[in-house]
Design a protein around this ligand. Structure first.
Ligand code: PLP
Length: 397
């Protein structure tokens, strides 16, 4: 029965990580998978997380199932983080949130929900986008289209082209936006551009699905939510896929959320029953630990402040690495202009390195970068910066 089955191609990002692990080169550098690393190259457990876990260990009394949608104090805390605590979406109960296994789980549940209830809809993703988007949506049979986003020559957002392609999206389709820290380019719309996109969404009548995997990694928790909050000033409906893998460092706890915003609380309740159905027939109910940690932190002033300061530290370190990278490349004699990297935000940058240069960096120097040239800036440290930039200098010349 199984002998005809062909091996699937390796995942472009996780496959790269496996190759990195196997590489015996002691000086290897991993700028592939999107995981934060500190100055020592470690992916730390945040102090706020450890403290929350200590409390939970003492408090936990049962391993009974959670409900399909997850724990109430997690669901409400996620909404406060998304909308701000005084937002009318919360006071009027226009949104419903389910805890999902990571941001990917949220996208997958959203995809099933869209396929089932908006069966004619095509989903539009930016060109380029996170490598897994297309596969997640296609896995439920959705048509996936792409809209213009990036100008590879100027290394900027091609906003005119983006507006032009989104103006072609018909009413009833779905458009995926990256809430902040666009993966892979590191380039986000400005507040004015978000405003124009929101107005276009309202005019065209498409549904926005926000993928929000990096809240707090761009400017701040609030500033990073401005894009989706601006949309909500103009449109009554939205889907939001949150991930807490990066901003809480809870990668392997699989903690994320799917939020649906509707025009009325009755509609939100009714649509949410269908989201719960998708979950019930998929993984039944969510894993407990990650959401217990996040809820403990978000609902406790002291832990929240500690978490926010640790998030600031991660964000500041990435910004520093961006500037250091640009300056060190220059110091190593690279004439090509990389200054755009210090203006981008989040973990990623599109470096402009060609597939040949990426292959050479891997084969000759043990430096792992995604084939598209996307680099994870969070993998850079003061220690690996000089060898990294020397290697890049030698493949560019
Ligand atoms: N969306 C984007 C844009 C991402 O970059 C990622 C992770 O890399 C995800 C979603 C998935 O996050 P999670 O690991 O929580 O499933």
């Amino acid at each position: 029965m199984f002998e005809h089955i062909q091996a699937a191609p390796a995942d472009p990002i996780l496959g790269l990580n496996d190759a990195y692990k196997k590489d015996p080169n002691p000086n290897k550098i991993n700028l592939g998978v999107g995981v934060y690393k500190d100055e020592l190259g470690h992916t730390p457990i945040l102090k706020a997380v450890k403290q929350a876990e200590e409390r939970l260990l003492l408090q936990e009394k049962s391993k009974n199932y959670l409900s399909i949608e997850g724990r109430p104090n997690y669901r409400s805390a996620v909404q406060t983080l998304l909308f701000g605590k005084d937002h009318q979406i919360i006071s009027k109960q226009l949104a419903q949130t389910a805890h999902t296994p990571g941001g990917t789980g949220a996208l997958r549940v959203a995809a099933e929900f869209i396929k089932k209830h908006l069966p004619e809809a095509t989903i539009w993703v930016s060109n380029p986008t996170w490598a897994n988007h297309q596969s997640v949506f296609q896995s439920v049979g959705l048509e996936v289209g792409s809209y213009s986003y990036y100008n590879a020559d100027s290394k900027t957002l091609d906003f005119e082209a983006m507006l032009a392609s989104l103006s072609q999206v018909p009413e009833g389709d779905v458009v995926l936006f990256h809430g902040c820290c666009h993966n892979p380019t590191g380039i986000d719309p400005t507040p004015e551009q978000w405003y124009q996109l929101a107005k276009l969404c309202s005019k065209q009548g498409f549904l926005a699905l926000f993928d929000f995997a990096y809240q707090g990694f761009g400017q701040s928790l609030n500033d990073d939510a401005q894009g989706l909050r601006t949309f909500l000033d103009h449109v009554p409906e939205m889907l939001i896929a949150s991930s807490f893998s990066k901003n809480f460092g809870l990668y392997n706890e699989r903690v994320g959320a799917l939020t649906i915003v509707c025009e009325t609380s009755d509609q939100a309740e009714s649509a949410f029953t269908q989201i719960k159905r998708c979950i019930r027939t998929n993984y039944s109910n969510p894993p407990s630990h990650g959401s217990a940690v996040v809820a403990e932190i978000l609902n406790d002033a002291e832990l929240y402040a500690l978490w926010e300061s640790e998030l600031d530290t991660m964000r500041t370190r990435i910004h520093e690495m961006r500037s250091l990278f640009v300056n060190t490349l220059r110091a190593k004699g690279v004439n090509q202009d990389f200054s755009f990297i210090s203006q981008q935000q989040g973990m990623f940058s599109f470096s402009g390195l060609t597939p040949d240069q990426v292959a050479q960096l891997r084969n000759e120097f043990g430096i792992y970068i995604v084939g598209s040239g996307r680099i994870n800036v969070a993998g850079m440290t003061h220690d690996n910066m000089a060898p990294l930039c020397e290697a890049i200098a030698s493949v560019i010349k």
